[in-house]
Design a protein around this ligand. Sequence first.
Ligand code: F6R
Ligand code: MG
Ligand code: MG
Length: 379
Amino acid sequence: MKVTFSIIKADVGGWPGHANVHPALMEIAKNKLQEAKEGGLLIDFHVTHCGDDLELIMTHTKGVDNEEIHSLAWETFKEATEKAKELKLYGAGQDLLSDAFSGNIKGMGPGVAEMEFTERKAEPVIAFMMDKTEPGAFNMPIFKTFADPFNTAGLVIDPSMHNGFVFEIWDIQEHKIVKMSTPEEMYDILALIGAKSRFVIKRVYPKEGGKLPADEPVAVVSTEKLYQIAGKYIGKDDPVAAVRCQSGLPALGEVLNPYAFPHLVSGWMRGSHNGPIMPVGVKNAICTRFDGPPRVVALGFQLSEGKLVGPVDLFDDPGFDRARQIALEVADYMRAHGPFEPHRLPMEDMEYTTLPGVLEKLKGRFVDAKEKENVIAHF
Ligand code: F6R
Ligand code: MG
Ligand code: MG
């Protein structure tokens, strides 16, 4: 059977500040999705949070970009927003950028990662959710998972993975898409996705002639850019991703292993700082210190005719203790830079915040350097 795995998320109010999601909002979402399950729209669902983001994990047979599914998510976020307003939660409704739903939730604020595929005899899927960072934060771990033989032993050992994968990469500034293959184009891919604020991995596909259909994705990442939608900074685009595992795909452990290295991502405090991403269990997905450090949560499921058998809270595991320790050390080191780059983001990424205002204020006080030098030379 073909099943669609959808993760749709939004920050519709933080508790307190931008730290966490209030249980009342999760309750509303659970009730709403339960109704949809009873009505037959959803096969199954799981509601959770990462930091201040309310996360809806849903399975159904409607395919991606389905109006009914997107409208269900939209209505759920609207209802949760009402509650957030009543409780005066922080930034109530902040990710809902429009009042009118027009058939597709994409471009309206919430983040979306969906894929439709033929459910295999055994189908392990991991839902990844990040807070206080941007979609490009997935570039390094997804690349390592599907293309780095030092991470994924299966690329070398498993004949069905030996041919590599196809990466669909989006230029989220120029709004262009390119498909590229590993291992052949590995260096070109890295040239792009190393610039993670611009080029993001959107999907990964198996190659033709392999064990899995080449037209069904095996990984998908949300790529919404809130500031591009809203035209000004209104919060980060805290991304989500879904990754299928095993039997011709990277094993569960090969998908998780990249997060043992807490790489630097952008988005910490005011969406304006680089910091390490810390893998945590859901109970620790609360962004406290300097509104962070950025977090990533991984929930594992087996699918059974679309039913979500799980979740298993995969980073709630001593196997990631050292990653957390390193993340905290790196957090101290980065924090010690205060307002200086590279803790603070480079100017290009700051232009959506204060810097243009500061420059505008000082406009009249800047003098032409050449003129000034001539004056000095004259004396
Ligand atoms: C980062 C984030 C927070 C806020 C910060 C300031 O993505 O959400 O770090 O940017 O708490 O928030 P405001 O300006 O709402 O007081
Ligand atoms: Mg928030
Ligand atoms: Mg958030």
